[in-house]
Write a protein that binds this ligand. Structure first.
Ligand code: ATP
Ligand code: MG
Length: 404
Protein backbone atom coordinates (compact mmCIF):
# COMPACT_ATOMS: atom_id res chain seq x y z
CA UNK A 1 0.00 0.00 0.00
CA UNK A 2 1.38 3.39 -0.98
CA UNK A 3 2.18 6.01 1.66
CA UNK A 4 1.54 8.82 -0.79
CA UNK A 5 -1.85 10.21 -1.51
CA UNK A 6 -3.63 8.49 -4.40
CA UNK A 7 -5.86 10.46 -6.69
CA UNK A 8 -8.22 9.00 -9.27
CA UNK A 9 -9.00 10.54 -12.63
CA UNK A 10 -11.87 9.34 -14.82
CA UNK A 11 -12.22 10.08 -18.52
CA UNK A 12 -15.83 9.24 -19.31
CA UNK A 13 -16.23 8.79 -23.06
CA UNK A 14 -19.16 7.63 -25.14
CA UNK A 15 -17.40 4.39 -26.03
CA UNK A 16 -15.03 3.81 -23.12
CA UNK A 17 -14.32 4.99 -19.60
CA UNK A 18 -10.71 5.12 -18.52
CA UNK A 19 -9.60 5.43 -14.91
CA UNK A 20 -6.12 6.20 -13.64
CA UNK A 21 -5.23 5.96 -9.98
CA UNK A 22 -2.14 8.06 -9.52
CA UNK A 23 0.38 8.75 -6.88
CA UNK A 24 1.18 12.43 -6.95
CA UNK A 25 3.94 12.95 -4.38
CA UNK A 26 5.65 16.29 -4.56
CA UNK A 27 6.29 16.40 -8.30
CA UNK A 28 4.08 17.91 -10.97
CA UNK A 29 4.43 14.60 -12.82
CA UNK A 30 1.82 11.97 -12.12
CA UNK A 31 2.76 8.35 -11.57
CA UNK A 32 0.03 5.90 -12.54
CA UNK A 33 -0.20 3.04 -10.07
CA UNK A 34 -3.26 1.47 -11.61
CA UNK A 35 -5.35 1.80 -14.75
CA UNK A 36 -8.86 0.61 -15.51
CA UNK A 37 -10.91 0.48 -18.68
CA UNK A 38 -14.56 -0.30 -19.25
CA UNK A 39 -17.04 0.04 -22.08
CA UNK A 40 -19.29 3.01 -21.37
CA UNK A 41 -22.98 2.28 -21.16
CA UNK A 42 -25.70 4.87 -20.71
CA UNK A 43 -24.35 7.76 -22.79
CA UNK A 44 -26.20 8.46 -26.02
CA UNK A 45 -25.58 11.28 -28.51
CA UNK A 46 -23.31 12.97 -25.98
CA UNK A 47 -25.95 12.98 -23.21
CA UNK A 48 -26.69 10.76 -20.22
CA UNK A 49 -29.45 8.38 -21.30
CA UNK A 50 -29.25 5.81 -18.48
CA UNK A 51 -27.70 6.93 -15.19
CA UNK A 52 -27.56 3.46 -13.64
CA UNK A 53 -25.84 1.94 -16.64
CA UNK A 54 -23.35 4.81 -16.65
CA UNK A 55 -22.64 4.39 -12.93
CA UNK A 56 -21.99 0.70 -13.55
CA UNK A 57 -19.40 1.54 -16.25
CA UNK A 58 -17.64 4.14 -14.10
CA UNK A 59 -17.50 1.81 -11.10
CA UNK A 60 -16.06 -0.92 -13.33
CA UNK A 61 -13.16 1.20 -14.60
CA UNK A 62 -12.45 2.71 -11.20
CA UNK A 63 -12.57 -0.59 -9.29
CA UNK A 64 -10.11 -2.12 -11.77
CA UNK A 65 -7.73 0.84 -11.43
CA UNK A 66 -8.00 0.87 -7.64
CA UNK A 67 -7.32 -2.84 -7.42
CA UNK A 68 -4.24 -2.53 -9.64
CA UNK A 69 -3.01 0.47 -7.68
CA UNK A 70 -3.45 -1.07 -4.24
CA UNK A 71 -3.93 2.26 -2.53
CA UNK A 72 -6.73 4.24 -1.02
CA UNK A 73 -8.21 6.92 -3.26
CA UNK A 74 -8.57 10.24 -1.49
CA UNK A 75 -9.67 12.42 -4.39
CA UNK A 76 -11.60 11.88 -7.59
CA UNK A 77 -11.61 14.11 -10.66
CA UNK A 78 -13.61 13.55 -13.80
CA UNK A 79 -14.73 15.22 -17.02
CA UNK A 80 -18.28 16.55 -17.22
CA UNK A 81 -19.29 14.01 -19.87
CA UNK A 82 -22.71 14.45 -21.39
CA UNK A 83 -23.03 17.96 -19.97
CA UNK A 84 -23.42 21.04 -22.19
CA UNK A 85 -20.50 23.36 -21.62
CA UNK A 86 -19.78 26.87 -22.86
CA UNK A 87 -17.31 29.70 -22.35
CA UNK A 88 -18.15 33.20 -21.24
CA UNK A 89 -16.42 36.28 -19.89
CA UNK A 90 -17.19 37.54 -16.41
CA UNK A 91 -15.85 40.23 -14.09
CA UNK A 92 -15.19 40.34 -10.37
CA UNK A 93 -14.34 43.27 -8.11
CA UNK A 94 -13.05 43.57 -4.58
CA UNK A 95 -11.78 46.26 -2.24
CA UNK A 96 -8.17 45.96 -1.03
CA UNK A 97 -8.40 45.24 2.67
CA UNK A 98 -4.93 45.91 4.03
CA UNK A 99 -4.43 49.28 5.63
CA UNK A 100 -1.34 49.80 3.49
CA UNK A 101 -3.47 49.06 0.38
CA UNK A 102 -0.88 46.54 -0.77
CA UNK A 103 -2.40 43.71 -2.81
CA UNK A 104 -1.89 40.31 -1.21
CA UNK A 105 -2.76 36.75 -2.20
CA UNK A 106 -6.13 36.68 -0.39
CA UNK A 107 -7.21 39.77 -2.37
CA UNK A 108 -6.45 37.94 -5.60
CA UNK A 109 -8.25 34.84 -4.45
CA UNK A 110 -11.27 36.92 -3.39
CA UNK A 111 -11.52 38.81 -6.65
CA UNK A 112 -11.31 35.63 -8.72
CA UNK A 113 -14.00 34.04 -6.53
CA UNK A 114 -16.16 37.12 -7.15
CA UNK A 115 -15.72 36.69 -10.90
CA UNK A 116 -17.14 33.17 -10.62
CA UNK A 117 -20.53 34.45 -9.52
CA UNK A 118 -23.03 34.05 -12.34
CA UNK A 119 -26.58 35.43 -12.41
CA UNK A 120 -28.83 33.21 -10.26
CA UNK A 121 -31.12 32.35 -13.17
CA UNK A 122 -28.30 31.61 -15.63
CA UNK A 123 -28.79 27.85 -15.21
CA UNK A 124 -24.99 27.55 -15.46
CA UNK A 125 -22.36 26.42 -13.02
CA UNK A 126 -18.69 27.38 -13.17
CA UNK A 127 -16.36 24.50 -13.96
CA UNK A 128 -13.17 26.51 -14.54
CA UNK A 129 -12.25 30.15 -14.17
CA UNK A 130 -9.21 31.38 -16.05
CA UNK A 131 -8.21 34.94 -15.08
CA UNK A 132 -7.51 36.93 -18.19
CA UNK A 133 -6.74 40.48 -17.09
CA UNK A 134 -6.43 42.30 -13.76
CA UNK A 135 -7.14 45.98 -13.14
CA UNK A 136 -6.02 48.06 -10.16
CA UNK A 137 -8.22 51.13 -9.82
CA UNK A 138 -9.23 50.60 -13.47
CA UNK A 139 -5.61 50.47 -14.63
CA UNK A 140 -4.77 47.20 -16.47
CA UNK A 141 -2.06 45.29 -14.62
CA UNK A 142 -0.54 41.85 -15.20
CA UNK A 143 1.44 41.42 -11.99
CA UNK A 144 -0.76 42.58 -9.14
CA UNK A 145 0.86 41.14 -6.01
CA UNK A 146 2.72 43.80 -4.06
CA UNK A 147 1.13 46.63 -6.06
CA UNK A 148 -1.00 49.21 -4.28
CA UNK A 149 -4.57 50.30 -4.90
CA UNK A 150 -8.06 50.58 -3.53
CA UNK A 151 -10.03 48.42 -5.93
CA UNK A 152 -8.97 45.20 -7.64
CA UNK A 153 -10.86 43.92 -10.63
CA UNK A 154 -10.45 40.82 -12.79
CA UNK A 155 -11.79 39.73 -16.13
CA UNK A 156 -12.15 35.97 -16.15
CA UNK A 157 -12.79 33.45 -18.87
CA UNK A 158 -15.34 31.04 -17.44
CA UNK A 159 -15.99 27.51 -18.62
CA UNK A 160 -19.54 26.96 -17.44
CA UNK A 161 -21.70 23.85 -17.53
CA UNK A 162 -25.45 23.34 -17.55
CA UNK A 163 -26.22 23.28 -13.80
CA UNK A 164 -28.97 20.66 -13.92
CA UNK A 165 -27.01 18.25 -16.12
CA UNK A 166 -23.96 18.73 -13.90
CA UNK A 167 -26.01 18.02 -10.76
CA UNK A 168 -27.35 14.84 -12.37
CA UNK A 169 -23.86 13.65 -13.27
CA UNK A 170 -22.60 14.55 -9.79
CA UNK A 171 -25.33 12.30 -8.36
CA UNK A 172 -24.08 9.45 -10.55
CA UNK A 173 -20.38 9.94 -9.74
CA UNK A 174 -21.13 10.24 -6.02
CA UNK A 175 -23.10 7.00 -6.10
CA UNK A 176 -22.31 3.90 -4.02
CA UNK A 177 -18.94 2.29 -4.74
CA UNK A 178 -17.05 5.40 -5.75
CA UNK A 179 -16.79 9.15 -5.25
CA UNK A 180 -16.94 11.54 -3.60
CA UNK A 181 -16.12 13.76 -6.50
CA UNK A 182 -13.43 16.37 -5.80
CA UNK A 183 -13.65 18.38 -9.01
CA UNK A 184 -14.39 18.54 -12.70
CA UNK A 185 -11.80 18.78 -15.43
CA UNK A 186 -12.94 20.06 -18.78
CA UNK A 187 -11.29 17.81 -21.34
CA UNK A 188 -10.54 20.63 -23.80
CA UNK A 189 -8.81 22.73 -21.16
CA UNK A 190 -6.68 19.81 -20.01
CA UNK A 191 -5.79 18.93 -23.62
CA UNK A 192 -4.84 22.50 -24.43
CA UNK A 193 -2.52 22.52 -21.43
CA UNK A 194 -0.60 19.44 -22.44
CA UNK A 195 -0.73 18.91 -26.22
CA UNK A 196 -0.20 22.44 -27.52
CA UNK A 197 3.30 23.76 -27.96
CA UNK A 198 4.14 27.00 -26.22
CA UNK A 199 4.03 28.73 -29.58
CA UNK A 200 0.55 27.36 -30.28
CA UNK A 201 -0.69 28.44 -26.84
CA UNK A 202 0.67 31.92 -27.33
CA UNK A 203 -0.85 32.27 -30.79
CA UNK A 204 -4.09 30.54 -31.70
CA UNK A 205 -4.90 26.86 -32.04
CA UNK A 206 -7.84 24.50 -32.18
CA UNK A 207 -7.97 21.26 -30.24
CA UNK A 208 -10.41 18.80 -31.73
CA UNK A 209 -11.15 15.61 -29.82
CA UNK A 210 -12.90 13.23 -32.21
CA UNK A 211 -14.18 10.33 -30.16
CA UNK A 212 -16.98 7.85 -30.64
CA UNK A 213 -20.11 9.89 -29.99
CA UNK A 214 -18.80 13.44 -29.80
CA UNK A 215 -16.40 15.85 -31.42
CA UNK A 216 -15.29 18.31 -28.76
CA UNK A 217 -13.71 21.49 -29.98
CA UNK A 218 -11.73 24.03 -27.95
CA UNK A 219 -10.29 27.16 -29.46
CA UNK A 220 -7.30 28.63 -27.66
CA UNK A 221 -6.25 32.20 -28.33
CA UNK A 222 -3.29 33.79 -26.57
CA UNK A 223 -3.32 31.18 -23.82
CA UNK A 224 -7.05 31.48 -23.22
CA UNK A 225 -9.71 28.84 -23.91
CA UNK A 226 -11.93 31.30 -25.75
CA UNK A 227 -14.55 29.03 -27.19
CA UNK A 228 -15.61 25.44 -26.68
CA UNK A 229 -18.45 23.32 -27.99
CA UNK A 230 -19.36 19.70 -28.50
CA UNK A 231 -20.94 18.22 -31.60
CA UNK A 232 -22.82 14.97 -31.07
CA UNK A 233 -21.22 13.42 -34.15
CA UNK A 234 -18.03 11.32 -34.39
CA UNK A 235 -16.67 7.81 -35.03
CA UNK A 236 -19.83 5.89 -34.17
CA UNK A 237 -21.68 7.74 -36.90
CA UNK A 238 -19.04 6.75 -39.42
CA UNK A 239 -19.50 3.12 -38.40
CA UNK A 240 -23.24 3.48 -38.66
CA UNK A 241 -22.95 4.98 -42.15
CA UNK A 242 -20.84 2.00 -43.23
CA UNK A 243 -23.32 -0.41 -41.68
CA UNK A 244 -26.33 1.15 -43.40
CA UNK A 245 -24.56 1.94 -46.67
CA UNK A 246 -23.06 -1.51 -47.11
CA UNK A 247 -25.87 -3.56 -45.55
CA UNK A 248 -23.63 -5.10 -42.88
CA UNK A 249 -23.99 -5.26 -39.10
CA UNK A 250 -22.67 -2.45 -36.87
CA UNK A 251 -19.97 -4.77 -35.48
CA UNK A 252 -18.87 -5.81 -38.97
CA UNK A 253 -18.78 -2.16 -40.01
CA UNK A 254 -16.66 -1.23 -36.95
CA UNK A 255 -14.22 -4.04 -37.74
CA UNK A 256 -14.08 -2.93 -41.39
CA UNK A 257 -13.40 0.67 -40.36
CA UNK A 258 -10.66 -0.29 -37.89
CA UNK A 259 -8.95 -2.63 -40.32
CA UNK A 260 -9.33 -0.91 -43.69
CA UNK A 261 -10.89 2.49 -43.06
CA UNK A 262 -9.30 5.53 -44.70
CA UNK A 263 -10.42 9.14 -44.87
CA UNK A 264 -11.28 9.19 -48.57
CA UNK A 265 -11.84 7.19 -51.73
CA UNK A 266 -8.49 8.28 -53.22
CA UNK A 267 -6.57 6.86 -50.28
CA UNK A 268 -8.09 3.39 -50.54
CA UNK A 269 -6.47 0.48 -52.38
CA UNK A 270 -8.47 0.38 -55.67
CA UNK A 271 -7.95 -3.39 -56.08
CA UNK A 272 -8.94 -4.48 -52.61
CA UNK A 273 -12.37 -6.01 -52.01
CA UNK A 274 -13.69 -7.35 -48.70
CA UNK A 275 -16.24 -10.12 -48.43
CA UNK A 276 -18.90 -10.47 -45.74
CA UNK A 277 -20.84 -13.53 -44.76
CA UNK A 278 -24.32 -13.56 -46.30
CA UNK A 279 -23.37 -10.78 -48.76
CA UNK A 280 -23.57 -11.54 -52.48
CA UNK A 281 -21.11 -8.88 -53.56
CA UNK A 282 -17.74 -8.05 -52.06
CA UNK A 283 -17.25 -4.50 -50.77
CA UNK A 284 -14.80 -2.21 -52.53
CA UNK A 285 -12.48 -0.26 -50.21
CA UNK A 286 -12.94 2.77 -52.42
CA UNK A 287 -16.61 2.79 -51.46
CA UNK A 288 -15.62 2.43 -47.81
CA UNK A 289 -13.33 5.46 -48.15
CA UNK A 290 -16.05 7.39 -49.93
CA UNK A 291 -18.61 6.76 -47.15
CA UNK A 292 -16.11 7.70 -44.44
CA UNK A 293 -15.06 10.88 -46.22
CA UNK A 294 -18.67 12.03 -46.63
CA UNK A 295 -19.26 11.90 -42.87
CA UNK A 296 -15.89 13.51 -42.05
CA UNK A 297 -16.58 16.36 -44.45
CA UNK A 298 -19.90 16.91 -42.72
CA UNK A 299 -18.21 17.05 -39.29
CA UNK A 300 -15.58 19.49 -40.60
CA UNK A 301 -18.30 21.67 -42.10
CA UNK A 302 -20.29 21.74 -38.82
CA UNK A 303 -17.20 22.61 -36.78
CA UNK A 304 -16.20 25.38 -39.18
CA UNK A 305 -19.73 26.76 -39.19
CA UNK A 306 -19.83 26.93 -35.37
CA UNK A 307 -16.46 28.69 -35.27
CA UNK A 308 -17.48 31.25 -37.88
CA UNK A 309 -20.84 31.83 -36.19
CA UNK A 310 -18.96 32.63 -32.98
CA UNK A 311 -17.11 35.35 -34.89
CA UNK A 312 -13.84 33.40 -34.92
CA UNK A 313 -11.59 32.07 -37.67
CA UNK A 314 -9.99 28.69 -38.25
CA UNK A 315 -6.60 29.13 -36.57
CA UNK A 316 -3.22 28.31 -38.15
CA UNK A 317 -2.85 25.11 -36.11
CA UNK A 318 -5.33 22.30 -35.51
CA UNK A 319 -4.45 19.48 -33.12
CA UNK A 320 -6.46 16.27 -33.22
CA UNK A 321 -7.10 13.78 -30.44
CA UNK A 322 -9.56 10.93 -29.87
CA UNK A 323 -9.85 7.48 -31.45
CA UNK A 324 -11.36 8.76 -34.69
CA UNK A 325 -8.23 10.86 -35.31
CA UNK A 326 -6.48 7.53 -35.92
CA UNK A 327 -8.25 7.13 -39.27
CA UNK A 328 -5.45 7.17 -41.86
CA UNK A 329 -5.52 10.33 -43.96
CA UNK A 330 -7.90 12.28 -41.71
CA UNK A 331 -5.37 14.97 -40.78
CA UNK A 332 -4.46 15.47 -44.45
CA UNK A 333 -8.10 15.68 -45.50
CA UNK A 334 -8.78 18.36 -42.89
CA UNK A 335 -5.61 20.29 -43.72
CA UNK A 336 -6.69 20.47 -47.36
CA UNK A 337 -10.24 21.45 -46.52
CA UNK A 338 -9.35 24.21 -44.04
CA UNK A 339 -6.00 25.17 -45.60
CA UNK A 340 -4.33 25.01 -42.23
CA UNK A 341 -1.75 22.90 -40.42
CA UNK A 342 -3.21 19.78 -38.84
CA UNK A 343 -1.43 17.25 -36.67
CA UNK A 344 -2.42 14.39 -34.41
CA UNK A 345 -1.61 15.03 -30.76
CA UNK A 346 1.28 13.05 -29.43
CA UNK A 347 -0.05 11.51 -26.22
CA UNK A 348 1.78 13.16 -23.32
CA UNK A 349 3.99 10.64 -21.52
CA UNK A 350 2.61 9.69 -18.15
CA UNK A 351 4.86 7.44 -16.10
CA UNK A 352 3.29 4.12 -15.23
CA UNK A 353 0.51 4.36 -17.82
CA UNK A 354 0.00 1.10 -19.77
CA UNK A 355 1.89 1.13 -23.08
CA UNK A 356 -1.21 0.17 -25.05
CA UNK A 357 -2.74 3.45 -23.85
CA UNK A 358 -0.21 5.43 -25.81
CA UNK A 359 -2.38 6.55 -28.71
CA UNK A 360 -4.81 9.31 -29.67
CA UNK A 361 -7.77 7.62 -27.93
CA UNK A 362 -5.98 8.01 -24.59
CA UNK A 363 -4.67 11.54 -24.95
CA UNK A 364 -7.53 12.87 -22.81
CA UNK A 365 -6.84 10.72 -19.76
CA UNK A 366 -3.12 11.55 -19.98
CA UNK A 367 -3.88 15.27 -20.25
CA UNK A 368 -6.33 15.11 -17.33
CA UNK A 369 -3.71 13.30 -15.22
CA UNK A 370 -1.11 15.96 -15.92
CA UNK A 371 -3.61 18.69 -15.16
CA UNK A 372 -4.46 17.02 -11.83
CA UNK A 373 -0.80 16.74 -10.89
CA UNK A 374 -0.34 20.45 -11.55
CA UNK A 375 -3.38 21.26 -9.42
CA UNK A 376 -1.95 19.22 -6.60
CA UNK A 377 1.42 20.96 -6.67
CA UNK A 378 -0.18 24.32 -7.01
CA UNK A 379 -2.43 23.72 -4.01
CA UNK A 380 0.57 22.53 -1.96
CA UNK A 381 2.78 25.44 -2.90
CA UNK A 382 0.17 28.01 -2.12
CA UNK A 383 -0.08 28.18 1.62
CA UNK A 384 -3.48 27.95 3.27
CA UNK A 385 -4.99 27.11 -0.07
CA UNK A 386 -4.51 30.60 -1.46
CA UNK A 387 -4.96 30.64 -5.20
CA UNK A 388 -7.00 27.48 -5.10
CA UNK A 389 -9.51 29.22 -7.30
CA UNK A 390 -7.09 30.66 -9.80
CA UNK A 391 -4.95 27.78 -10.88
CA UNK A 392 -7.03 27.07 -13.93
CA UNK A 393 -4.30 28.06 -16.32
CA UNK A 394 -2.76 25.63 -18.75
CA UNK A 395 0.83 24.57 -18.68
CA UNK A 396 1.80 28.14 -18.09
CA UNK A 397 -0.04 28.67 -14.81
CA UNK A 398 3.25 28.83 -12.98
CA UNK A 399 4.64 31.44 -15.28
CA UNK A 400 1.50 33.48 -15.35
CA UNK A 401 1.01 33.60 -11.62
CA UNK A 402 4.46 33.28 -10.15
CA UNK A 403 4.66 37.02 -10.06
CA UNK A 404 1.27 37.99 -8.76
N1 ATP B 1 -7.50 2.93 -35.58
C1 ATP B 1 -8.69 3.51 -35.68
N2 ATP B 1 -9.15 3.93 -36.88
C2 ATP B 1 -10.35 4.51 -36.99
N3 ATP B 1 -11.18 4.75 -35.96
C3 ATP B 1 -10.78 4.35 -34.76
C4 ATP B 1 -9.51 3.72 -34.54
N4 ATP B 1 -9.40 3.44 -33.23
C5 ATP B 1 -10.54 3.88 -32.63
N5 ATP B 1 -11.37 4.41 -33.54
C6 ATP B 1 -12.71 4.97 -33.33
O1 ATP B 1 -12.63 5.95 -32.30
C7 ATP B 1 -13.84 5.97 -31.57
C8 ATP B 1 -13.51 5.88 -30.09
O2 ATP B 1 -12.73 6.99 -29.77
P1 ATP B 1 -12.49 7.43 -28.26
O3 ATP B 1 -12.01 6.24 -27.50
O4 ATP B 1 -11.66 8.64 -28.28
O5 ATP B 1 -14.00 7.76 -27.82
P2 ATP B 1 -14.60 8.10 -26.41
O6 ATP B 1 -13.65 8.94 -25.64
O7 ATP B 1 -15.08 6.87 -25.73
O8 ATP B 1 -15.91 8.91 -26.83
P3 ATP B 1 -16.26 10.47 -26.83
O9 ATP B 1 -15.00 11.23 -26.56
O10 ATP B 1 -16.84 10.73 -28.16
O11 ATP B 1 -17.28 10.62 -25.75
C9 ATP B 1 -14.68 4.80 -32.03
O12 ATP B 1 -15.70 5.27 -32.91
C10 ATP B 1 -13.68 3.94 -32.80
O13 ATP B 1 -14.28 3.27 -33.88
MG1 MG C 1 -13.32 11.01 -25.39
Amino acid sequence: MSKNECVAVLDIGTAKTVAFVMELGSRAKPFVRGAGLSATLGLHKGKVADGEALAFSLRGALAQAEQNADCKISKLFCNPAGVSVKTLLNRGTTAIQQKTKEICAPDVERVVEASKILPVNSGQEVVHAVPQRFYIDERPCQQVLGEHGVRLEVETRIIAADAQQLADLTGIVNGPGFGPLTGWIHNGLALAGSVLTEEEQNASALVMDMGAGTTEVTLVDKQQPVFTFTLPVAGRHITNDLSVGLGISFDEAEQLKLQYGVAGEDMADPQKMVEFEGQKNAVSLRVVGEIIEARLQEIFMLVQQSILEAGRQIPPAVILAGGTALLPGLAKLLATRWETQVRIADPPRVEGAPVNFHNAAFVSIAAMSIYTAHLNIFAKKTEKGYFRGIFDKFSYYWRAFSGI
